[in-house]
Design a protein. Structure first.
Length: 130
């Protein structure tokens, strides 16, 4: 999302596609639209800040040291509750989604839905609000 800074910590090509690990620095009040992945689980670990997660109809607020596991085909999203920047680790199992993140930063918002589908990300709703 605009203003996020991401770093791939483990690229899936380095582990034979088994997983991808990405660290993200998130501006206040920012998060992705509700979405799901057909082919991979996603695990979040909160490093700094407070987040609201939506996972298959349930919402929870979490802070540092919390992990949130999202099974494949589960609608989810999150938002940084602010007021400052916050950090997360994303782990995707299996990997293979690595190239999505640099590409979305270079794609105008009207192209995000199609780009997301090319990378096993199915957008189904608006971002969470604070």
């Amino acid at each position: 999302m605009p203003g996020e800074h991401m770093a791939i910590r483990v690229h899936s090509k380095d582990v034979d596609g088994a997983f991808t690990i990405i660290e993200v620095d998130v501006p206040p009040f920012i998060g992705p639209p509700l979405h799901y992945h057909k082919d991979r689980e996603e695990i979040f670990e909160v490093l700094e800040g407070r987040f609201r997660f939506h996972v298959e109809g349930e919402e929870l607020e979490v802070g540092p040291g919390t992990s949130v596991v999202v099974p494949r085909n589960t609608v989810h999203g999150w938002v940084n509750l602010g007021p400052g920047r916050a950090r997360l680790i994303f782990t995707f199992v299996p990997g293979g989604i690595d190239e999505f993140f640099p590409q979305i930063g270079q794609t105008p918002p009207e192209g995000w839905t199609e780009l997301a589908r090319q990378h096993d990300t199915w957008i189904v709703g608006a971002p969470l609000s604070v």
